[in-house]
Design a protein around this ligand. Sequence first.
Ligand code: T4K
Length: 369
Amino acid sequence: MNKILVTRPFFPPQEEYALYLNKIWKNQWLTNMGPLALELEEKLKDFIDIKNLIFVSNGTIALHMAIRALGLKGEVITTPFSFVATTNSVVWEGCTPVFVDIERDNLNIDPNQIEAAITEKTSAILATHIFGNPCDVEAIQQIADKYNLKVIYDGAHAFNIKLNGKSIFDYGDVTTCSFHATKFYHTGEGGMVITNNSELLKKMRHIRNHGFDETNGFASIGTNAKNSELHAALGIVNLKYVPKILAKRKKLTEIYENRLQDQVMFQEWNQKASRNYGYLPVVFEVEEQLLDVKSLLEDHQIFTRRYFYPSLASSLPYMTPVDLPITKDISKRCLCLPLYFDLSESEVNRICDVVLDALNASVIYKKYV
Ligand code: T4K
């Protein structure tokens, strides 16, 4: 039996990538924002319909750059239901993450909880569009304006999402994205930062290249966040396949949703937004069901992931634990089922069969124990 993993990277036809390898060999240029990296930036701007973005080496460094460029200090209000990189970037940049709870249905940070967590030390809100589902950006911006706070969106999962007809990356002071191999759109390793503020953009360009400024030399502190020609080439090739990837993921998601809708809860999607079908999170009624389903799937060589368990608010040894009931509860009950381009419809049907079998068995178990 073939092993089914929670995800597999998209691999474009090798010969298409090979054409770009030939170019790289011919150019004798590998990194430091070479021609293919610049070409990818232009292509991404066109594709996303956004004015300014910077291609970087991963989605984590993108968060660091945003925090640095905005000069954040003190406390940053953030979500505990995200990948650890969201919190780590705040801590690494010398700020204190302040977790507030999420909303039960859409799984994003709850704007109503943000205001109560603001102190005189708060400098920003860092919210994740979790699994690509846009946060309530209007409510978050209203709070930010009222208290003069910066807004960063961790858009690691949100490539190709539109909200109110424009790119989700158009909101907040800075948005970051990840182009990691496991993402809907990838460059192997990679990411980007997006901002409409030209001063910030300039600062982040300098940060990306050791603080180097074309006129003043090494005028500020920077890091190495550049990406290579090999990654850029993969990004250029993969970009053409986005519509195909989207259509396939949509089809597979529809099968999951049709077959499992009466048994599990799906994330409530922002009604004004498009979807990219990047992940397939389902929320079970109780954690025991999740454990039963996960275990039976593993017996069938099908591997899922508990993104994002345990809650960041209570599990990081370098943070003081906070009790946030909704995140604690949801993180125990949320499981990501396999979803990727090469997965077939029959495999998804097989996965659904096993999930339903496990749930049926789980009910019997509860009745008799
Ligand atoms: N913010 C958010 C909200 C994020 O989710 C992430 C990353 C970031 C920020 C930071 O962005 P990056 O710095 O990573 O660009 C994965 C990814 O490594 C990580 O990028 C992602 N979020 C996170 C949610 O998931 P793991 O530890 O689950 O990855 P791993 O290696 O276990 O892979 C997952 C599955 O994919 C496995 O079943 C194996 C399969 N796989 C993986 C790779 C890398 C393959 O089949 N081939 C491959 O090449 O973290």
